[in-house]
Design a protein around this ligand. Structure first.
Ligand code: PHE
Length: 339
């Protein structure tokens, strides 16, 4: 074959392939074009390669060079078309891009867990009353969980059956560690680091080896509150709890104190709040015991303060009318989606 003819065959092959690949709208059309041009047995590139053998010997270098250029260009056109077709699903010419009659796609957006939502709300309310958020570790030593809180060694609250003591690998001596059983530990940690006045809340997990039932779970959350200053009295405690409860419930709420006992407060009370037509237990509270103040280096003659500890799940459950605390921790999406 004369060189001139061979070159013009290649030219029309290249322009034909570019056009066919460029206009292929879907995978089927592209595959048909691929077979026509790049088919292994009798594609047009293959045929052209056969033609190369019929070119005169002295024209071979020029013919071969051109053939390679065309082959590379055809393959590149195919690959570009393949990328384009697989990126956009088949669309027939003239088909509208957007069909407003089709049902919309629903996007599922994650949400905060109901307990986290409650925690955010409690922080917000207490923040308005001037309480800042403090944090403490969930793994505690006995000093912060008991001793500094005036809970002596022989106190039943320290027993192994009432706490999650930790067996730490390789640790056989020294003070045992435990998962904190109350957020009151954070009172101590804050007072150790700061001078009065103090006005903090701390929200977090606490752990007790309770059998799980409708109202108990071995892990739950508490909100601890602590206010220390000169001349702080029970009246301040009651006002703060009442303002807190009123904000949380959005209606005027009454607070009732019943005498109680905690080693770290004196006097100690159980606080109840009026919810609808009945009293609901709210949590423990009291005036911080002078021993506790002295243990962190505060002068009990100069400073006084109150502390309280509330169950977060209980507030969350009453707000949403939940009957079983376990529902909060089984991670059933059908349940969690409702909040
Ligand atoms: N820490 C107590 C509990 O877990 C609650 C409490 C906190 C009581 C602060 C008094 C003062 O039961």
């Amino acid at each position: 074959m004369p060189l001139q003819d061979f070159i013009s065959t290649l030219d029309s092959l290249q322009s034909g392939a570019t056009k066919a690949f460029g206009s292929a709208q879907d995978a089927d059309a592209l595959e048909a074009a691929r077979i026509e041009f790049l088919g292994a047995k009798s594609g047009r590139v293959k045929e052209a390669q056969k033609g190369l053998g019929t070119v005169a010997k002295e024209d071979k270098p020029a013919a071969g060079k051109r053939f390679n250029e065309v082959k590379v260009a055809v393959e590149a056109a195919f690959e570009a078309a393949q990328a384009r077709v697989s990126a956009s699903p088949a669309k027939k010419p003239g088909e509208p891009l957007f069909d407003p009659t089709l049902p919309g796609k629903k996007f599922r957006i994650g949400k905060l867990h109901p307990v986290s939502q409650t925690i955010e709300e409690l922080k917000e309310i207490m923040g308005r009353l001037g309480f800042t958020v403090a944090d403490g570790p969930e793994i505690e030593d006995e000093y912060h969980n008991f001793e500094a809180l005036n809970i002596p060694l022989e106190h039943p609250a320290r027993s192994a059956s009432d706490n999650f003591y930790l067996a730490v690998a390789g640790k056989t001596t020294g003070e045992p560690l435990l998962l904190r059983s109350q957020t009151s530990t954070v009172q101590i940690r804050v007072m150790e680091k700061t001078k009065p006045p103090v006005r903090i809340i701390s929200l977090g997990r606490v752990y007790r080896p309770d059998e799980a039932d409708m109202t108990h779970y071995p892990m739950f959350h508490q909100m601890e509150g602590l206010m220390i200053d000169r001349h702080v009295t029970m009246a301040h405690l009651k006002s703060v709890l009442r303002m807190f409860a009123t904000s949380y419930l959005g209606q005027d709420v009454h607070i009732r104190f019943r005498p109680s006992f905690f080693p770290f407060t004196e006097p100690s009370v159980e606080a109840d709040m009026r919810w609808g037509d009945r009293w609901m237990e709210f949590g423990g509270a009291g005036m911080v015991d002078p021993n506790v103040l002295a243990a962190v280096g505060y002068d009990p003659e100069e400073f006084s303060g109150f502390a309280f500890g509330l169950g977060v799940e209980r507030l969350c459950m009453r707000r949403h009318d939940l009957k079983d605390i376990r529902d909060l921790y089984t991670n059933d999406v059908r349940f969690l989606q409702q909040f």
